[in-house]
Design a protein around this ligand. Structure first.
Ligand code: SAH
Length: 342
């Protein structure tokens, strides 16, 4: 592509690496767990999905036990999170009979894995949110937004040079476009200086706008959990292979590629009300992860008990995932704020 068309934007490179039909990272493999390249919160412990199940059930209850709603997950991976959410909400009277399950997944390989865990709940698969029918929406997105393609811009005076990917002597390398003004970055002239790098993610903003519009119109809630900061600054493009960081251009299609989520940009794009991004550790504690952990301890011993204790720490402790990961809620301005979030 570079030979034929010239340098690619980071966004095009990102999309080809992850979702190319033949060579894409997600289209060709199951990347999760100890054998894979990275582990996510729902794969660490069932408690994560259980807490998110209670979060959804409480919000559903606070909005008047909505009679019929779409339960949606963006990027369900192996389907573990949704399976735990559905198990944890089994005893909530009326919740299961009111829900229609919709899974948004671009990878056919992962759709097949999700079918194994979730087929009993008759899910409908989509590659985009647009085809999910309108109606109240209860949505979770765990480490989905970090997989969406970003663009990178470096400030040059009052203008910006876009970072792109080219080929130099057979290797992929970075290059910069000529400086040009960018209307969408006008507000970043206030909080950046010469040479600073900022990232934008138009697809993430479009999805947040769509979700927030539906929530405002029909009710419901969205929980966006990911790593990132209130506002993006600096190069956060990151590549993981076999649980180790590798240079992002080195293994196209063979390594995971992510970028930090700019929560402020998502909140701004959504027409609904929103909470603040809240540290994952605090959020899970407020929802009751420690009493739940103590209850599970009673049925565990030996190495299962040791790994259970380690998992609780990994999900909540500030030196592990507790502060690096954040959760933010989108909700209707007319409804009570969802539980556990600032
Ligand atoms: N939520 C899971 C998986 C996170 S990995 C967990 O926490 O374990 C990201 C997921 O999003 C994968 O399932 C991947 O295939 C999917 N995905 C990535 N980009 C996508 C896109 N543009 N559209 C739909 N799904 C996408």
């Amino acid at each position: 592509m570079i030979k034929a068309q010239g340098p690619l934007s980071i966004a095009t490179f990102f999309t080809e690496c992850l979702l190319h039909p033949k060579y894409g990272y997600y289209t060709t493999r199951d990347p999760f767990g100890a054998q894979g390249d990275f582990t996510t919160a729902p794969e660490i412990s069932q408690m994560y999905g259980e807490m998110l199940g209670l979060f959804l059930a409480q919000t559903w209850h606070d909005q008047g036990n909505v009679a019929a709603f779409n339960l949606i997950e963006l990027g369900p991976g192996r389907g573990t999170l949704m399976a735990d959410i559905l198990r944890a909400t089994r005893t909530i009277a009326g919740f299961h009979s009111a829900l229609q399950l919709h899974l948004i997944e671009a990878s056919p390989t992962l759709q097949a894995l999700q079918a194994k865990t979730l087929s009993a709940f008759n899910p409908t698969w989509h590659t985009q949110l647009d085809t999910v029918p309108q109606g109240p929406l209860f949505l979770v997105a765990n480490e989905f937004f970090d997989a969406l393609p970003i663009r990178q811009f470096i400030r040059d005076g009052q203008q910006w040079r876009e970072r792109c990917v080219t080929v130099t002597e057979g290797d992929l390398t970075y290059a910069l476009t000529e400086a040009a003004p960018h209307a969408t970055l006008a507000d970043r002239l206030a909080d950046t200086k010469q040479g600073d790098l900022v990232e934008t993610c138009a697809p993430a903003q479009a999805i947040a706008q769509e979700i927030g519009g539906r929530i405002t119109q029909h009710g419901g809630v969205a929980l966006i959990a990911d790593y990132g900061n209130r506002r993006s600054l600096g190069d956060t493009l990151q590549s993981l292979r076999s649980h180790h960081r590798v240079p992002p251009l080195l293994h196209p299609g063979l390594a995971d590629l992510t970028a930090h989520v700019d929560f402020e940009a998502l909140a701004k794009a959504s027409p609904s009300a929103h909470t603040r991004p809240t540290d994952q550790g605090v959020f899970l504690e407020r929802l009751g992860i420690t009493p739940r952990a103590n209850q599970l301890v009673k049925s565990l011993q030996g190495s299962a008990l040791t790994s259970h204790i380690a998992a609780h720490r990994r999900l909540t402790h500030p030196s592990e995932m507790g502060t690096l990961f954040k959760a933010m809620g989108l909700f209707p301005a007319s409804a009570p704020p969802p539980p556990g979030l600032d």
